[in-house]
Design a protein around this ligand. Sequence first.
Ligand code: IMP
Ligand code: MG
Length: 180
Amino acid sequence: MPDIASTFTPPKLRVLVPAEKIKERIEELGKQISADYQGPIIMIGILKGAFIFMSDLARVIENPTRIDFMGISSYGNSKSTSGEVRLTKDLDMSVEGLDVLVVEDIVDSGVTLTYLIHLLSQRRPRSIRIAALLDKPDRRMRPIKVNYCGFEIPDEFVVGFGLDYAEEHRNLKDICVLEG
Ligand code: IMP
Ligand code: MG
């Protein structure tokens, strides 16, 4: 039997944002979002990277909230966008007339969100805003405004707290730079 552990590459990681700082920042974002919206919101988490940020953020928002997810794929196993975006899972609910908060792990080139915002706006929501745990503004190819940003980070490839490289490292508590 092959040893399953031998199929995992030992990572070289450097902590960029520690778990405690992430927790504090998400609490601040929750307060800000709760103050900005008067009524109910629908949170749309972008799979898979946003799943941890989504679950923490949802629990610090005080408004009545519906939760849904969309699946988008643009990377394959590479470290930068292929430029081609594919919908792998659509919403279960209608967003018509609702205040939509898109919850994303990281905004990099902006290609994914440009596609998504275009798609969602055709469904006539009342508003669309973006909450992203991380923003890499240096890499932007499309103009995307992040309404609620956790941390601006330099142009480095990060993993952890939901973010992956080739489907690994999503479960790390800290946001780490993957070196090498
Ligand atoms: P964009 O379309 O280039 O803005 O890419 C957004 C998506 O790329 C994110 O939702 C992530 O899934 C992925 N991504 C971009 N930068 C990183 C990174 O540093 N680590 C892990 N995933 C990333
Ligand atoms: Mg993603």
